[in-house]
Design a protein around this ligand. Structure first.
Ligand code: MF3
Ligand code: CO
Ligand code: CO
Length: 297
């Protein structure tokens, strides 16, 4: 059980009611003329491809376009966050913006995922399914947008505040975003993948936060999820980054336990102790001297 005094250093924290599932509405249609990724139509979860995704100039241009769209969509989705909005309303708006841009919402039909975006509230650490539940004052919500445009996926997520959020939770969210940026800062051609998890853990540990090891960053490009898997916790993975390669970094930090439980829907994943979790994600391109954040504009 998650206890108030585990909100380290806080006096203003308020306990949120536990997350409950709402109703998931019917699947939204996608126009026939929008190209769909190959997994659409199969209920099976695609295997993580072992191929790293390294691009030529044309591939980089396409990655850029997909990633800029994903970045615009996540920011737009963030403007919709307020008490009483449902995550289903956010999903609908995101779905419409993506298809209006001629792109496909990558989560829709990925391993049977029924919606176009992941909406993860409070103790939901990731893969929340949009439903009829209304956001409440004091909630936090991670909105994770992936779009498939011109044959390439762009993947990004941010955690937003709904109304007045307690200081301790605000700090968790701020530090999680800092961890993402510290992780990106160690990236460059030739750098070891394991430096990312080391740097992220160092920063999180300063605040006593947990780094979830169950969910990882991933190669991305024409395939949604591929090698390299990017660990956000301390690890001894071998291998180093290559110029022209694209992958995501997407740390999840928690105020309490990093253990997780997944609902029977096979997606919604919560912290085992009900403590709040925050996540941020960017898709990056490895260059000779560093990394470029592609999911920005
Ligand atoms: N966007 C998520 C990621 O960061 C993956 C979501 S898969 C879904 O990798 F099916 F849940 F949408
Ligand atoms: Co994502
Ligand atoms: Co991702």
């Amino acid at each position: 059980m998650y206890r108030e005094r585990e909100l380290r250093g806080s006096t203003t924290a308020t306990r949120r009611p536990p997350l409950r599932r709402g109703r998931v509405s019917q699947r939204l249609p996608v126009p026939d003329d929008i190209p769909k990724p190959p997994y659409v139509g199969s209920r099976e979860l695609p295997e993580i491809s072992s191929e790293h995704q390294i691009h030529d100039a044309e591939g980089i241009a396409r990655m850029r376009a997909a990633c800029v769209l994903a970045a615009r969509v996540v920011d737009y989705a963030g403007t919709l966050v307020r008490p009483s909005v449902t995550t289903n309303e956010i999903d609908k708006a995101v779905h419409q913006m993506i298809i209006d841009a001629g792109a496909y919402p990558s989560p829709l039909g990925y391993g049977g995922f029924p919606k176009s975006v992941c909406t993860s509230v409070n103790e939901c650490m990731c893969h929340g399914i949009p439903d009829s539940r209304q956001l409440q004052d004091g909630d936090i919500i991670n909105i994770d947008v992936t779009v498939y445009l011109n044959g390439y996926h762009g993947d990004t997520s941010k955690t937003f505040f709904c109304g007045d959020v307690s200081e301790s939770i605000k700090r968790l969210v701020k530090v999680t975003e800092e961890c993402l940026h510290y992780g990106i800062a160690v990236c460059r051609d030739g750098a070891l993948y394991r430096k990312i998890g080391k740097r992220i853990s160092e920063h999180a540990e300063k605040f006593g936060y947990g780094v979830v090891d169950r969910f990882v960053g991933h190669g991305i490009g024409t395939v949604f999820h591929s090698e390299p898997l990017i660990f956000h916790h301390r690890n001894d993975k071998s291998g180093s980054m290559v110029e022209g390669q694209t992958f995501t970094i997407e740390p999840i930090l928690t105020l309490g336990s990093t253990e997780c439980v997944t609902w029977e829907d096979n997606w919604t994943t919560l912290t085992a102790d009900g403590s709040p979790a925050a996540q941020f994600e960017h898709t990056i391109l490895i260059t000779k001297t560093g990394a470029e954040i592609l999911t920005t504009y």
